[in-house]
Design a protein around this ligand. Structure first.
Ligand SMILES: [Zn+2]
Length: 453
């Protein structure tokens, strides 16, 4: 067995290089642009099923109208909302007027009616009105984005760096600057920033907001909100926190919902460390705080190599990018693209051995999971999606060998619908979703609600 060095360094080394943006993926840079065909969006389905006892009739009607517009795949007319909701057209019209005035909805250009009659005015979530800031820390990058009610990313920036064993104060101060920078880049003074969300690769207390542990970052027991500080106009105390993999899996679920595909799946993603999130009926089963889903610390070999968590033989020591590179005799900061380029360019037995070792380890860990949990679909995201063509033979072999039900039902491996850094977009959407879920409160505070009946 080859010696393994932990791919850790002291302090964060960062290159200020614009590496990736959601807009580049979508073919645009700043401001509003043609909407990408695949973008996560607010999950408003829950509002449609909100029990009446939780809301007054007025609140309930308001939520119903908003939810029909946010849940629709296409812009929807007032009469279509009335038909679908059972509300009268007059009620729908009154509520829509309020929601347009409050910049929650907007009217799109009229479309000819399907026969005689007046043109139909489609309604859609308002663009560039209310926005939220999404922030993300990973072992190889930090990122920030601004997202509006349509799910459109108005600005985003990802800074690559090595954040393994990094200084949390320094890293979160850098993230503060990045957040302020993307809010400026969004370049529209007319929007209202309704909040922010910080995604972290670790275990977070829902009650105190303390990050208990992010093993590869080397962060323990830190108050991430306090270290991040305020990002004007967001008070850091109001910053929401969540686990990166759980947030990304929620974003994946919104895209799968739109495709009409299976809403029950295991989402596995990672770079230097691999996390998982079990999604049931479109919702992360274990919530957003990272108490579970530490898939990279599944034991593959009890007396294996040391892992950053303090145990030995964890999956991360096989498939973590830095660990895989070191096993192949390459520098620990070798990018996945460079690793795979070298694998493709010439036969290097050490690279081949590292890939086979990673594929076998991932297959063993997934087989354990599938044997104990009713999972039929596994989405492999981030580096794992890139690796899949290279490790599929070992993965399939281990799944066939170890999953008891495999002769009848082999789990299906799928690529993700989300882009990289889905967590920060998912986090921003979570904030906006909270606003939509409490519309009555918001409109009341703005004194717009008294006219809703
Ligand atoms: Zn471990």
């Amino acid at each position: 067995m080859l010696p393994l060095e932990r791919s850790c360094s002291s302090g964060a080394r960062m290159s200020r290089e614009r590496s990736w943006t959601m807009q580049e993926d979508a073919g645009a840079v700043k401001g509003h642009s043609p909407l990408p065909t695949q973008r996560p969006r607010i999950n408003a389905r829950a509002l449609l099923g909100k029990p009446a006892r939780q809301a007054t009739l007025r609140e309930s009607n308001l939520n119903m109208v908003a939810a029909h517009v946010f849940a629709a795949d296409e812009p929807v007319s007032r009469s279509a909302i009335a038909d679908a909701s059972g509300l009268t057209r007059a009620t729908v019209t009154r509520i829509v007027e309020i929601l347009i005035k409050a910049r929650i909805l907007e009217e799109l250009p009229p479309q000819p009616a399907g026969g005689v009659g007046r043109p139909v005015v489609p309604l859609a979530p308002a663009r560039g009105s209310l926005v939220a800031l999404g922030l993300e820390v990973n072992t190889a990058s930090i990122g920030a984005c601004v997202v509006d009610l349509t799910g459109d990313v108005l600005a985003s920036e990802v800074l690559p760096g090595n954040f393994i064993d990094s200084d949390p104060s320094l890293t979160l101060a850098q993230l503060n600057q990045l957040g302020a920078s993307v809010l400026r880049d969004a370049g529209d003074t007319s929007f209202e920033v309704v909040g922010g969300h910080l995604s972290l690769p670790g275990i977070i207390s829902e009650t105190t907001g303390i990050l208990h542990l992010a093993p590869l970052l080397g962060w323990r027991g830190i108050d991430a909100r306090q270290l991040l500080g305020n990002i004007n106009p967001i008070d850091s105390r109001a910053m929401q926190l969540g686990n990166v993999t759980a947030l990304a899996s929620a974003a994946e679920a919104t895209l799968r919902h739109r495709d009409g595909t299976n809403q029950n799946f295991l989402y596995v993603a990672g770079d230097n460390s691999v996390g998982s999130s079990l999604v049931i009926n479109g919702e992360p089963f274990s919530g957003m705080s990272g108490w579970n889903g530490n898939f990279g610390h599944t034991t593959i070999e009890a007396d294996g190599l040391p892992c950053c968590c303090g145990a030995t033989g964890c999956l991360d020591t096989y498939i973590g990018r830095g660990n895989m590179a070191v096993y192949a005799g390459l520098p620990p900061d070798t990018s996945m693209a460079s690793f795979l380029d070298q694998a493709a360019a010439h036969h290097n037995p050490r690279i081949s051995a590292a890939l086979a070792r990673a594929g076998n380890a991932l297959g063993i860990a997934l087989a354990d999971y599938v044997n104990s949990t009713p999972v039929k679909t596994i989405v492999l995201a981030d580096n794992l999606a890139q690796l899949l063509p290279w490790i599929q033979p070992q993965l399939d072999e281990q799944l066939r060998k170890r999953v008891l039900a495999s002769p009848w039902l082999m789990p299906v491996l799928e690529p993700p619908r989300t882009s990289r850094h889905a967590a920060m977009v998912g986090g921003a959407l979570t904030v906006l979703q909270g606003v939509i879920a409490n519309l009555h409160e918001r409109l009341e505070s703005k004194r717009w609600v008294s006219t809703v009946s």
